[in-house]
Design a protein around this ligand. Structure first.
Ligand SMILES: [Zn+2]
Ligand SMILES: [Zn+2]
Length: 237
């Protein structure tokens, strides 16, 4: 049975200051690797955003969505589904957000206040879904471990951008303790080769709702795949 591969955590240089490849390049690379679907989850304005924070709200959202839109346009040409997500930062906690879109962001300029709890309530009101990304990552830019189980819908238990295996083991422990649904991602900023994480599903993910229901209903497997070069395809798995 053929598995379908989805990347749930990825950055573009248009949206994220820490990423070095564009949305179009990410789309091309993932298509070459054999993925069916990618989410673009650029850092929001409270994280490492590449967007000028002095722009008026709507222009800022337009700039924020550019990496996604460029990836989506290239994806259409080459047969890759590209879906929208957000990585929202609250102190040392990063929440991947699925199920809201550009129009929703434009209509909520109050998000400028960076109030995570208000954000979470608005996302849930809109039918969105919050995944706590790499909850136990240790890195110089993180000052604490911040768990917010009551506002968390699922936990990212594999993040191949984490520098040590222990961070993922702790995330698995956290998910087990609270019986959270789980998912994973590469958190790809620029890596052309190396270890990737794929969300594998029997049915291809073509909409954000497909992804949310696969996570909620635990209808996925998580695989880490070693890619030697970007031209190697995933056909063999
Ligand atoms: Zn980043
Ligand atoms: Zn990320």
């Amino acid at each position: 049975m053929k598995k379908h591969l989805c990347e749930a955590h990825l950055h573009t240089s248009e949206g994220s200051a820490c990423a070095s490849v564009s949305g179009a390049e990410q789309a091309e690379r993932y298509r070459a690797l054999g993925y069916d679907t990618i989410f673009v989850t650029d850092h929001f304005f409270n994280g490492n955003s590449a967007v000028d924070r002095s722009l008026p709200w709507e222009e800022r959202i337009n700039a924020y969505c550019r990496g996604f839109e460029n990836a989506q346009a290239r994806g259409k040409e080459i047969g890759l589904t590209v879906l929208f997500g957000i990585e929202y930062t609250y102190g040392s906690a990063d929440f991947l957000t699925y199920g809201v879109d550009k129009r929703w962001l434009v209509s909520h300029p109050e998000l400028e206040d960076n109030d995570f709890f208000r954000y979470a309530a608005l996302v849930h009101e809109a039918g969105g879904f919050l995944v706590h990304a790499h909850p136990f990552r240790r890195a110089g830019y993180l000052r604490e471990i911040r768990l917010i189980p009551d506002y968390t819908d699922a936990v990212e238990i594999i993040n191949t951008h984490n520098k040590d295996g222990l961070s993922n083991e702790r995330a698995k422990w956290y998910a087990r303790q609270f019986d959270f649904c789980v998912t994973g991602g590469t958190d790809n900023h620029d890596v052309p080769a190396g270890e990737f994480c794929a969300v594998c599903t029997e049915k291809k993910i073509t909409t954000v709702s497909d992804y949310i229901s696969a996570v909620k209903n635990r209808k996925l497997t998580l695989e880490t795949i070693q890619f030697e070069s970007e031209m190697q395809t995933a056909e063999h798995i």
